[in-house]
Design a protein around this ligand. Structure first.
Ligand SMILES: *[C@@H]1O[C@H](CO)[C@@H](O)[C@H](O)[C@H]1NC(C)=O
Length: 273
């Protein structure tokens, strides 16, 4: 892993200590389900061939604080069912939150019956050009590769295999409860990490609306974070999001109360399906 990923991990530890989940998403009542009338559910993709390895140990502590910015994966609902994607799949962070079924194939290390496991993308597996793409540089483009948590890998193959061929397909993310918004930044800059995203699991664009403002377009920062350079303190905040995969738009009204603060996580009542 690159040094920058290590510093994200330390940073996420600080976030973890400050995390509180609020429940403010239902304040607007029945009108708050902003589904587009032509909403299409996300259908699984065809199965494709890739390879899988694992990183970290059985505690999955190595997987915390990955390149999507989800911080502590246990506190934020992802648990150990996660994988780091090679940059070919990672799509500059737009693949953060996408979900995959993965099964081991064509290897004596595969568990019999080809059981599949479902993982959420929470991290980048960076290229390492000092290693051959077919001997250690498994995440070098154009390879499609899953570097899974060890507990996730152990659901499909014996860990001693190290690397196995897999079949994978994108599937809808089944996430209990509403979207989660973790706030960072300051009085003039709001940086929001969007977590627990159902359906396609990914975000194409996002807007924020303070109780005294119109909708403000947010720009993609890194991983699964979006930012607005606006003074939004003292206002309750609503969010509008469009799914990258399905283009469905959803509105989460009054997710954060007027006294919102950075370091906190606010949960909506709505989610993609
Ligand atoms: C890349 O591979 C080399 C050779 O195996 C290794 O020494 C180095 O630590 C790797 N770099 C990263 C960032 O993992």
């Amino acid at each position: 892993m690159a040094p920058s990923i290590r510093s994200w991990r330390l940073w996420s530890l600080a976030l973890m200590l400050a995390t509180v989940v609020g429940e403010y998403g239902s304040a607007m009542g029945g009108g708050s389900y902003g589904y587009a009338p032509s909403s299409r559910g996300f259908q699984p993709s065809p199965w494709s061939l890739a390879h899988a390895t694992f990183y970290g140990d059985e505690t999955a502590s190595e997987t915390m604080g990955g390149a999507c910015g989800y911080g502590n994966l246990f506190l934020n609902g992802y648990g150990t069912a996660t994988a780091a994607l090679s940059s070919t799949l990672f799509n500059d962070g737009y693949a953060c939150g996408t979900c995959y079924q993965i099964k081991c194939v064509q290897s004596p290390w595969c568990f019999s019956g080809s059981p599949f496991t479902t993982v959420t993308a929470t991290n980048l597996c960076p290229p390492n050009w000092s290693q051959d793409s077919n001997n250690g540089g498994w995440c070098n483009p154009p390879r499609t590769h899953f570097d899974m948590s060890k507990p996730a890998f152990m659901k499909i193959a014996q860990w001693k295999a190290g690397i196995v061929p897999v079949m994978y397909r994108r599937v809808p993310c089944i996430k209990p409860g509403g979207l989660r918004f973790q706030f960072q930044g300051n009085g003039y800059w709001l940086l929001v990490y969007v977590m627990n995203v159902g359906g396609g699991g990914d975000i194409a664009s996002m807007w924020v609306k303070g109780s005294k403002t119109d909708w403000i377009s947010m720009s993609h920062n890194w991983g699964a974070s979006y930012q607005a350079f606006s003074s939004l303190g003292g206002q309750s905040l609503s969010f509008k999001l469009t799914s990258y995969t399905t283009r469905e738009t959803i509105i989460a009204y009054n997710v954060a109360p007027a006294n919102w603060n950075v370091g906190l996580t606010y949960q909506a009542t709505v989610n993609f399906h």
